[in-house]
Design a protein around this ligand. Structure first.
Ligand code: TPP
Length: 356
């Protein structure tokens, strides 16, 4: 197990700060995390409106997971190829993508299914990210398949010899699928252990099915014990606890080249998706809780908080207006980019667009 409480020295010197137990984050870092959380929240809430106004389509996303995701995205070793981290995400990770540098307008483009959507050219649900330059593998609407892919990228990273790791993330309900078990098995073959960080965001539900009614163990991390995989459970509503849990987990995978399991207990603030109406659930809100702490510690005052929200609203409104003027994909575009063009395939040398 990685050692707890191992914050860098430079964090200790800065005041004011936000403290959880014996860990704390500097004011500068808290301000950066807070801004990401607000931008993610405002974007997602505007998307919910888009799903109801006809400006967009089906909505599913990450309100309630911003604290954990912002801390994750800021700690990724971002880049392309095996020397960097691979990300196999799900549909609630917008704050991680924003922390890595995603523009809000790109999230809005996918929500509005525009041809300009850089992740799927307007042919996939919102939150279904992909970005080759950042090793973000395409998110699929079919849940949990990312866990059976993770050992593949991690095996390549181990053979490469660097310190890149594979970060795979899924929900608590999805962990019931065989793909999750495959990841446990393939990342722990004796002599072939793999640098996979298995993340679960546990919101207590799979659509309308409660975790307690399906799982004999309280936490998915308990399943790692049979495979010798160490794990930790963290309050995903607390950015300080999340930051250091992620730091410990990543350090373990990077240095030992073995898997680690981290489970973040999170809220699902607007239900499963727009299909359930996306009403506010009243569960603990990581953003509101963090803002109370920022105010109490004197990191930001109310006027500064308001300014962050106003700027995020202005950014998203401008994005929605611009995206409304952008082109939608056409019927001819539907099957484009299904397969990469091939130099050696004489039947389909170009992009595959249907049987001859
Ligand atoms: C293989 C597969 N089975 C079922 C579904 C339908 N489905 C979509 S989301 C979901 C629940 C997922 O719950 P969880 O993994 O806990 O993630 P959460 O949405 O709560 O974040 C289900 C069953 C699917 N998309 N793919």
């Amino acid at each position: 197990m990685p050692k707890k409480n191992s914050m860098p020295m430079k964090e200790r010197a800065v005041k004011p700060r936000i403290v959880t137990g014996d860990e704390f984050l500097s004011a500068e870092r808290c301000v950066a995390i807070h801004r990401i959380m607000v931008r993610a929240r405002v974007m997602e809430e505007r998307m919910i409106k888009m799903s109801k106004s006809g400006e967009g389509f089906f909505w599913i996303g990450g309100p309630g997971e911003e604290a954990f995701n912002a801390c994750l995205g800021l700690q990724v070793k971002k880049g392309e190829g095996p020397a960097f981290d691979f990300l196999l995400l799900k549909y609630r990770n917008s704050a991680a993508m924003i922390a890595m540098g995603m523009e809000l307008i790109d999230g809005v483009r996918q929500m509005a299914m525009r041809w300009s959507d850089p992740f799927s050219a307007g042919r996939n649900f919102t939150g279904h990210f992909s970005r080759k330059g950042w090793n973000v593998v395409p998110v699929t609407p079919v849940i949990e398949v990312q866990f059976v892919m993770a050992p593949g990228t991690a095996l390549m990273q181990k053979r490469h010899g660097g310190d890149g790791v594979t970060i795979v993330i899924g929900g608590d309900a999805g962990s019931a699928e065989g793909d999750f078990a495959s990841c446990l098995i393939w990342s722990t073959r004796p002599g072939n252990e793999l640098p996979v960080l298995m993340l679960t965001t546990n919101n207590g539900f799979g659509i309308s099915t409660s975790h307690a009614s399906q799982h004999s163990c309280e936490h998915t991390t308990e399943r790692g014990k049979a495979f010798g995989i160490p794990g930790e459970v963290v309050d995903g509503n607390d950015p300080v606890a999340s930051w250091f849990a992620i730091e410990r987990a990543l350090r373990y995978c990077r240095s030992t080249r073995r898997p680690f399991m981290l489970e973040a207990m999170v809220s699902r603030l607007y239900g499963h998706s727009s299909s359930s109406g996306a009403p506010h659930s009243g569960e603990p809100d990581c953003l509101a809780l963090f803002e109370e702490r920022l105010l109490a510690a004197g990191v930001l005052d109310q006027a500064a908080l308001d300014q962050v929200h106003e700027a995020a609203h202005a950014e998203v409104e401008a994005a929605v207006e611009q995206v409304a003027r952008e082109a939608k994909p056409t019927a001819e575009d539907v099957q484009k980019f299904t397969y990469a063009p091939s130099k050696v395939d004489s039947v389909y040398p170009g992009d595959y667009t249907g049987l001859p």
